[in-house]
Design a protein around this ligand. Structure first.
Ligand code: IPM
Ligand code: MG
Length: 347
């Protein structure tokens, strides 16, 4: 099985290197790796954030382990050449529409949460975020109004097929967990959301065992800090899911802890921490590699059909934390490599 390693920019190479060490330590037969350039690193070397050679490797791979993209040097490039286009382009080109972002508190980290520890301790939720449509991929541009003012626009839309397939992801995830699905939209204002809600209700007929509720996104943001323990699975669109998942990360303690999987209709998936490239700490050995290590565990589970190995990684991370492993974002002083060492020591 072929794993494409796309470390990307900023802290990406440091954190992916630790995840690779952990994968190597498992000693699984038959895994091969190929490296590819993405993001600002790819732009600087090859003139494009997602060059054809990288896209070709992505298509051939069974799974992609991705670091992060984003580079301040590239912020003034035309949008289609910016580092972020690498991840957006991969999601679109490979049909990776179902982005799973679990947020669960490790008991030892409850004090790191931005919430009161007793509120944080109850968090065990999964955000199922659509990643092929929405305002991210609609028509966009700049124009001039009739009054001569500059105007920017980005069209938000979902067709019913797009909503239906992510709704199925949400219901199936809920069925495999505690059987509760909360669909988050803004149907009180947006037609896109009204269609979203109508279609989710239609799909619900196929899942009588799942309890469906609906919430407006502003209320969901509030409930996520007020009483996050009420959520099991949240299914939502691309933009709302982007925002709520960053929020969920601080509820569990640190954005350095949240892993993600983005799946297509087959088994192929892209695995990445939900955080960005953190250019301010790049190359300093300060980044927490656990989100990437936990993403590698999701890769073993969802794309490589190696659930026992996935469990081993997740248990090793939990034990390393219980034994006191703490990077700077978790209030400690351990380096990226030392955090990797701590997980390896348990394995
Ligand atoms: C994420 C990131 C990306 C997104 C960026 C880097 C384009 O924030 O994966 O959450 O907005 O989807
Ligand atoms: Mg984001």
């Amino acid at each position: 099985m072929l794993i494409a390693l796309f470390p990307g920019d900023g802290i990406g190479p440091e954190i992916v290197a630790q995840a690779k060490r952990v994968l190597d330590a498992l000693g699984v037969d038959g895994l091969t790796y190929e490296d590819g350039l993405v993001g600002g690193a790819a732009y600087k070397a090859l003139g494009h954030p997602l060059p054809p050679v990288t896209l070709d490797l992505a298509r051939r791979a069974d799974a992609i382990l991705f670091g992060a993209v984003g580079d301040p040097d590239c912020d003034s490039l035309e949008r289609h050449l910016r580092p972020e286009q690498a991840i957006l382009g991969l999601r679109k080109a490979l049909g990776l529409f179902s982005n799973l972002r679990p947020a669960k508190v490790f008991p030892e980290l409850a004090d790191e949460s931005a919430l009161k520890p007793e509120v944080a301790r109850a968090i065990d939720l999964l955000i199922v975020r659509e990643t092929n449509g929405d305002v991210y991929f609609g028509e966009k541009g700049f124009r001039t109004t009739a009054d001569g003012l500059r105007e920017g626009y980005d069209v938000m839309s979902y067709d019913e097929g797009e909503v239906r397939r992510i709704a199925h992801s949400g219901f199936q995830a809920a069925r495999a967990r505690r059987g509760k699905l909360c669909s988050v939209d803004k149907a009180n204002v947006l037609e896109t959301s009204q269609l979203w809600r109508d279609v989710v209700i239609e799909v619900a007929a196929e899942y009588p065992d799942v309890a469906l509720s609906h919430m407006y996104v502003d209320n969901a943001a509030m409930q996520l800090v007020r009483n996050p323990g009420q959520f099991d699975v949240i299914v939502t669109g691309n933009m709302f899911g982007d925002i709520l998942s960053d929020q969920a990360s601080m509820c569990v303690g640190s954005i350095g802890m949240l892993a993600s999987a983005t799946l297509n209709e087959g088994r192929q998936g892209l695995y990445e921490p939900i955080h960005g490239s953190a250019p301010d700490i790049a190359g300093q050995g300060k980044a927490n590699p656990l989100a990437t290590i936990l993403s590698a565990a999701m890769m073993l589970r969802y794309s490589l059909d190696l659930p026992e190995q996935a469990d081993r990684i997740e248990k090793a991370v939990a034990k390393a934390l219980a034994d006191g492993a703490r990077s700077a974002d978790l209030g400690g002083a351990m380096t990226t490599v030392e955090m990797g060492d701590a997980v390896l020591a348990v394995l």
